[in-house]
Design a protein around this ligand. Structure first.
Ligand SMILES: *Cc1c(COP(=O)(O)O)cnc(C)c1O
Length: 430
């Protein structure tokens, strides 16, 4: 499989080079030259296959011969070594719980896959690879956890000061070893812009082998397709396939879902569930994408005013030749609606949503008629957002045992102003 740059000013590359580079030299995002079509028999058998078998089948064509069969099987198995249960909330809505990984958010899958691929590609190399990543909340922890102790790879995480939750901050600032956290006095978009500038900088490129672990990196983006296959593996009603509502920020996850659909996965419609950072709504109505300033919300991992992956969604619809509006809807959900939703779903069904899942749930409820069933992606554990949960249900969520030890650790972060030149100086002076 080759990957082309969406700016079309750089040469095509294989999966290895796309992973190492992150972004193409012309600033474009990499995109697969073709989307593998799965046979109808695959979908019939999927229910009987293990999730490892399904995952390997889906990922293999995208990796091609850049990783041998045995290694890829091992990487895939390690990536998904926790459950992805589809849990009924009520008659109409199921929750696909994607928070059972080590950092309790769905980003573990992409981060685990990418870290293992990059570790494999970096073996026997003289030069260290430096992963530079901006986080709006959950990416930082997932990437820190995924890359911790990976030889030949150093990770630098930029996060917006005061805009991530306590658990999120502890997860990304307490690893030590090859992981460094930079606390930026600015927004997530500032962090993302600094990272993008770093990739464009000739001096940095010369001194450091820089790559990105944001969902612009194909090794993080592509494995997110697997959630949608795992959802349908557990779906029993073959006459009535579900609408899927995806809480969206940078649009990596939903774009991976659309890719799975283009491969043949029978999902009629996707809902891009957004908080008030909803540039996609305007895009779906007018066809024009205008980035906006980020607004802070209670679903902070979705506070993105200029989503990187929108460009991939546009490309996908172009090659598929279908109108976007037939498949993709968007719904904007306010903070008040989000908190209300956590509260009412907990009262009515005893199911505790996190703020991101609540955005997806509210959007799904708004879009579906009485006969339509739907799945919402529950992308993070509610314990990552105790303040909002407390506002909604009057008490904080129970802290799962796996993260208890986190509270004993000391935050370690370097303060930095939201300026690329400051970042550059710091990177070069170490
Ligand atoms: C990152 C994140 C999202 C948004 O995912 P995108 O791929 O950026 O659209 C939603 N929910 C949670 C909990 C997240 O961490």
């Amino acid at each position: 499989m080759r990957y082309y740059s969406l700016n079309r000013q750089s040469p095509d590359v294989d999966f290895r080079e796309a992973t190492i580079r992150g972004q193409a030299p012309d600033k474009g995002l990499y995109f697969p030259e073709r989307v593998p079509k799965l046979a109808a028999s695959f979908f019939e058998q999927m229910g009987q296959m293990s999730k490892e078998e399904v995952a390997y089948e889906i990922m293999q064509p995208y990796i091609g011969n850049t990783i041998d069969t045995g290694t890829l099987k091992k990487i895939v198995a390690e990536t998904i070594n926790f459950p992805f249960p589809l849990v009924p909330v009520n008659e109409q809505i199921d929750s696909l719980e994607l928070f059972h990984g080590p950092t309790l958010a769905f980003k573990d899958v992409g981060a685990r896959f990418m870290s293992r691929c990059l570790g494999y590609f970096s073996r026997n190399q003289d030069k260290k690879t430096t992963v530079l990543v901006a986080t709006s909340g959950d990416t930082g922890g997932a990437v820190a956890n995924g890359f911790l102790g990976v030889d030949g790879v150093e990770v630098i995480i930029l996060y917006p000061s005061g805009k991530v939750s306590q658990v999120q901050e502890l997860q990304l600032t307490t690893c030590g070893q090859n992981i460094t956290a930079l606390e930026v006095k600015g927004s997530f978009d500032d962090c993302q812009a600094m990272v993008k500038d770093a990739f464009m900088d000739a001096d940095l490129q010369q001194y450091l082998q820089l790559t990105s672990a944001n969902s612009i990196n194909v090794a993080r983006w592509l494995p997110q397709q697997l959630y949608y296959f795992f959802a349908l593996q557990q779906w029993t009603d073959k006459e009535n396939f579900p609408v899927i509502s995806v809480p969206s920020g940078n649009f990596g996850n939903i774009c991976a879902g659309l890719l799975a659909r283009y491969s043949g996965l029978p999902i009629p419609t996707f809902i891009a569930a957004c908080n008030v950072n909803d540039t996609i709504s305007a895009f779906l109505t007018t066809g024009i994408h205008t980035p906006k300033e980020t607004i802070s919300t209670v679903s902070n991992a979705m506070d993105v005013g200029n989503p990187s992956n929108l460009i991939r969604i546009i490309e996908l619809f172009k090659i598929a030749g279908v109108p976007v509006k037939n498949i993709l809807q968007s719904v904007t959900v306010t903070d008040a609606e989000t908190i209300d939703c956590i509260s009412s779903v907990y009262d009515k069904y005893g199911y505790l949503l996190d703020p991101h899942g609540a955005v997806a749930y509210h959007a799904l409820e708004k879009c579906t008629g009485p006969d339509q069933k739907g799945i919402m992606l529950e992308t993070a554990h509610p314990v990552k957002f105790p303040d909002t949960v407390k506002k909604a249900i009057g008490k904080e969520p129970q802290v799962p045992d796996v993260i208890q030890p986190l509270f004993q650790l000391q935050k370690q972060a370097i303060n930095i102003s939201p300026s690329f030149s400051v970042l550059k100086e710091w990177l070069l002076s170490r």
